[in-house]
Design a protein around this ligand. Structure first.
Ligand SMILES: [Zn+2]
Length: 364
């Protein structure tokens, strides 16, 4: 069982909205055998965090101590309709709750991170560049209807950064930035200890910072965005194109000529076997990330820049020194002094952890 011990312990009666002077009962109350006193943690204090990615859905049920007591995964299948994806999110939550031997009635709230611009207050996905048809989708409303539980929606990278900030950054820097490299690239900004999402809820879209105006087309419609140059999708496209152009890589030996099942882990294997093509493409992705880090440091001068997402999880050892070196070269002299750049330890738990933190914070 994964134990995160992150939140200040709230007395169970306060979390459950009960009075301290009255006992309340655990799930055994149906039998009325074991009345449980107020300070005993109850599974009914559980919340669910959902990582809604362009490729995968991942839901985790968290106890009041932020232990994961159940989880479930599913592919997103974004090529299907918006309604079909919402149905898959509903199912992944139901399965995680079932894994935890709970029912939805025992869940206080669900926090979900969606890939794109999100109006957290209304719970709408305004625009998701990697999800066809996702424009002005009332996700909160739809999920509250299908799940019957309060739902809170935020941008996926904002939520991941919230998870990293609350559980991992023990020194609680005032200002911190998270960069998450996965299918796409996103960011999360903490200013003065609070998530910053901009007046129109779209701040932190670091993946769409233009790094090369003559670069490849991005899912957002522009050209040369950081995401179009260095995300997993961009890395895979570069390698596939190079193979079509006749370049050699041991990836074709591992995966076949179409490279269909390429994953971040396959890139790591190829790198460790000294594959020159993969080394070159990963070096470039790390350099673009270093430029992004330098730009952020120039503008925000945060104490910490945390790197996360599937690409970093698989390739941090190979990429980190190049990222830091490039950032030091590209930032204005002095700006990087004292700025810590490091990979998140949460890995793919960042999204569900942040979702749980959000739900815990906002659910009544
Ligand atoms: Zn873009």
């Amino acid at each position: 069982m994964f134990h995160l011990n992150v939140l200040p312990r709230e007395p169970a009666w306060r979390v459950a909205g009960l009075r301290a002077d009255k006992p309340f009962y655990s799930r055994s109350e149906q039998t009325n055998i074991f009345p449980v006193m107020a300070d005993t943690p109850s599974k009914t204090d559980c919340v669910v965090g959902v990582d809604f990615g362009g490729t995968k859905l991942y839901a985790g049920v968290f106890s009041d101590k932020m232990e994961i007591v159940g989880s479930a995964r599913k592919s997103t299948k974004p090529q299907r309709s918006v309604e079909a994806v919402i149905e898959r999110i509903t199912k992944v939550v139901q399965e995680a709750v079932d894994e935890a031997d709970l029912t939805l009635k025992q869940i206080k709230g669900v926090g979900i991170g969606a890939p794109g611009a999100v109006d957290g207050e209304a719970g709408n996905v305004i625009f998701a560049p990697n999800l066809p048809g996702w424009k002005d989708v009332p996700l909160k409303k739809a999920l509250e209807k299908s799940l019957g539980v309060p739902v809170f929606v935020e941008n996926d990278c904002n939520i991941s950064m919230l998870g990293v900030y609350v559980t991992e950054l023990k020194s609680k820097p005032k200002n911190a930035f998270g960069i998450f490299l996965g299918t796409g690239i996103g960011g999360g900004i903490i200013i003065n200890g609070e998530l910053y999402s901009g007046f129109n809820h779209t701040a932190g879209e670091i993946g769409h910072m233009v790094l090369d105006p003559a670069g490849p087309k991005c899912g957002c419609g522009n050209k040369g965005c950081y995401e179009a140059l260095a995300s997993r999708t961009a890395i895979f496209k570069r390698i596939q194109q190079a193979v079509k152009d006749g370049e050699k890589t041991i990836l074709t030996e591992i995966l076949g000529d179409d490279l269909e099942d390429m994953r971040s882990g396959s890139l790591r294997k190829a790198l460790r076997k000294g594959d020159k093509l993969v080394e070159q493409v990963i070096r470039e992705a790390a350099e673009y990330t270093g430029i992004a880090v330098a730009n952020l440091a120039n503008i925000l001068a945060p104490e910490a820049i945390v790197l996360g997402g599937g690409v970093i999880e698989a390739l941090a050892d190979e990429m980190l020194s190049i990222i830091i070196e490039t950032a030091n070269d590209c930032a204005m002299p002095g700006v990087m002094n004292g700025v810590e750049v490091f990979p998140s330890k949460l890995g793919d738990l960042a999204g569900i952890t942040g979702g749980a933190v959000l739900a815990r914070k906002l659910a009544k």
